[in-house]
Design a protein around this ligand. Sequence first.
Ligand code: PAF
Length: 284
Amino acid sequence: MVPVAVVETIAELRAGVSDPSARGERIALVPTLGALHDGHLALIRRAAEVADFVVVSIFVNPLQFGPTEDLDRYPRTLDDDLAKLEPLGVPVVFAPTVDEMYPSGPSQTRVVAGEVGSLFEGNSRAGHFDGVLTVVTKLLNIVRPGVVVFGQKDAQQVYLVQRMVDDLNFPVTVETVPIVREPDGLALSSRNRFLDDDARRAAVKLSASLQAAAASAHLGTQAVLAAARSILADEPLVKLDYLTVVQPQSFLPVDDDYRGRALVLVAANVGGTRLIDNELITLS
Ligand code: PAF
């Protein structure tokens, strides 16, 4: 197995990716916060299918964490991450320090996520998506990939990145990979490691609520929401933040009489850990 080259500086990274791009190879970027799990590995496998050269970035971006959020306790597990990447043949991991990414302190210039950026996750985590879009922009400018790969679990993030790419004409294709789940349905997340046994048992209610929502899709929006809510209300450890049904093209809540493809989004605090999940349904 060829060891993964860990690159910490922008200059070195650019030198490393200049050869593949000069050879006309397609570069894929998989941006991550690290603490890699099988969901991330699915992104990397997809990246290797659609490009010749894969760069995985591992950077816990302070700009996307609010002052009371879990920036300090967010898991940083670089050695474990590299051990998972090696068998996949990832040639380069870009793992910059905060100083390398923000040498003059938090960047003055930000990409603003707009209306959708202040809803749902953005409502509960003020400034989160501005921080995400700003760091994704920086990573795209540093790596200059032809394709960038994201997971559908962060559906609002995927929507906003695609909007940014379209609105600002970034020369990159956004590739989305389906959610990877535990056998009982829990969506994989780096934060799942914070769940104790009781919270882990309770956490499955999120995906169960989405299944109940999907089973009621033929009865309309209100029935979908009621079905999901009744599953969540059953579990005292689940403190619901939001449950909503959005139109995939606008990411805005659907009307009661809406028919067609829709995304059910759920976010909750489960025993002290914030979890999100979503499911595509067809309201008929
Ligand atoms: O989804 C994530 O892991 C992060 O928001 C991202 C895209 C790596 C930006 O820091």
